[in-house]
Write a protein that binds this ligand. Structure first.
Ligand code: PEP
Ligand code: MN
Length: 298
């Protein structure tokens, strides 16, 4: 018996021919297709560290975190100006004012910025400020949004839906690719599975990283912050993700000792700048080791 709509990995060449490694054999010879954001390269060998606040809350808070990310060796700044919140009564982000603050932080630190866009009608506005558009987990299958993000021509960071299969995730990426935009970076951010919510926010699915690489040439990064929801787990999850071949990390950071207060969003999962520095050092040591291994292999 076959079930309508039930798809598996064998269907990927049909579902997403533009990004399938099996179909696009010319690209398959390269390990990963490099996606460039400013001077940052995803899939270029050295994993990319994107870090910043969950939400842009004020100029002082965002600049403090941005400076700390730069000092710790981060490559890009994150921060939500439009926030998808469970309750409509909770802080929704500063909107366009948040975008302005992010561009001020980029001007000061030189870090390219990635920020979420939730509404197809706002893609043009967000693209005016951002170097990379983030499509959040809750919107992974918002097809009109994916089409608009594809048309914008901006690099897209496509987070995995919290209950999405690999096929659904890559199918969503294909919507962006179909608009002629292959500047896509995938981001695993934890899935809803037993025991999500008991001792961690979601379940970090690291096995999906090598699986993604097998099916597509697109770079894939990991968000250890939303995957675990617990600050003390973020460093370990980050290192494990790198060991699984992740092309980068998306991490939430707070500097609540700089007179800007505790974050209004996701405070329990925000790491401090010192921990971020440790993660960057780990990446550097692994990158060196990989290069040495490569040199010995030839
Ligand atoms: C985020 O990264 O700001 C975010 C809201 O994450 P997710 O979409 O993965 O929940
Ligand atoms: Mn968050």
């Amino acid at each position: 018996m076959s079930i309508a709509g039930n798809v598996g990995l064998a269907d990927l060449p049909r579902i997403c021919p533009l990004i399938s490694r099996r179909v696009q054999t010319s690209v398959a010879s390269e390990e990963t297709r490099v996606v460039t954001v400013g001077e940052v390269q995803f899939g270029g060998g050295r994993p990319v560290v994107i870090a910043g606040p969950c939400a842009v809350e004020s100029e002082a808070q965002t600049l403090a975190v941005a400076r700390a990310v730069k000092a710790a060796g981060g490559d890009m700044l994150r921060g939500g100006a439009f926030k998808p919140r469970t309750s409509p009564h909770d802080f929704q982000g500063l909107g366009v004012e948040g975008l302005r603050i992010l561009s001020e932080a980029r001007r000061e630190t030189g870090l390219p910025i990635v920020t979420e866009v939730m509404d197809p009608r706002l893609v043009e506005t967000v693209a005016e400020y951002a170097d990379m558009l983030q499509i959040g987990s809750r919107n992974m299958q918002n097809y009109p949004l994916l089409v608009e993000a594809g048309k914008s021509g901006k690099p897209v960071l496509l987070k995995r839906g919290m209950a999405a299969s690999l096929c659904e995730w890559l199918g969503a990426a294909e919507y962006v690719a179909k608009e002629g935009n292959l500047e896509i970076v995938l981001c695993e951010r934890g899935i809803k599975a037993f025991p999500a919510g008991e001792y961690s926010r979601n379940v970090l699915d690291l096995g999906v990283v090598p699986a993604v690489k097998e099916e597509t040439f697109l770079p894939v990064i990991v968000d250890p912050s939303h995957a675990t929801g617990v600050a003390s787990m973020v460093e370990g999850a980050s290192c494990a993700a790198i060991e699984f071949g992740s092309d980068g990390l998306l991490i939430e950071v707070a500097c609540d000792n700089k007179g800007v207060g505790r974050p209004r969003c996701d405070a329990a999962q925000a790491i401090n700048p010192k921990t971020l520095e440790n993660i960057v050092k780990f990446i550097e040591s692994r990158a060196e080791m990989r290069m040495m291994r490569k040199a010995h292999a030839v």
